[in-house]
Design a binder for this molecule. Structure first.
Ligand SMILES: [Zn+2]
Ligand SMILES: [Zn+2]
Length: 133
């Protein structure tokens, strides 16, 4: 599948009914362009539709440099090969985290659970569930 590619200056290109490029920008603040797996957006939108509540993306695309910084900082979510670097992952929050998890389980096979967010990515080769402590 072709990745969605966009530049940092293209801040508000709609990706779906409720998500736009702005929410997926790498937090390093400088890198460009960004890549996103269209399948990620499709699934996120289906979760959004099922929930009927707004979802906040706390981390979307990450460049290799940002990923290395996070890993160096000991951030557990930055361990190993990152699906964020491939544009295939999002960390998301919602006012009802339990409902968010239930909705995500219908759309994603790969889910990491933290107290304050869920990591979801588009890997489908097997079911993955883990917890951030
Ligand atoms: Zn970056
Ligand atoms: Zn993540």
């Amino acid at each position: 599948m072709n990745l969605i590619v966009f530049n940092r200056r293209d801040m508000t290109i709609p990706l779906s009914a409720n998500f736009s490029t702005k929410e997926f920008l790498c937090s390093c603040g400088v890198c460009s362009p960004h890549r996103l797996d269209p399948d990620l957006i499709k699934r996120l939108q289906r979760v959004r539709d099922a929930l009927n509540m707004s979802i906040t993306v706390t981390s979307g695309f990450r460049c290799a440099k940002r990923q290395a910084q996070l890993r160096k900082g000991g951030l557990q979510t930055a361990a190993g090969t990152s699906t964020h670097e491939m544009g295939a992952a999002a960390d998301i929050t919602c006012s009802d985290m339990d409902a968010l998890l239930v909705a995500c389980e219908k759309e994603f096979k790969s889910i990491g659970v933290a107290n304050t967010f869920l990591h979801v990515d588009t890997r489908v080769d097997k079911v993955r569930r883990w917890k951030y402590v």
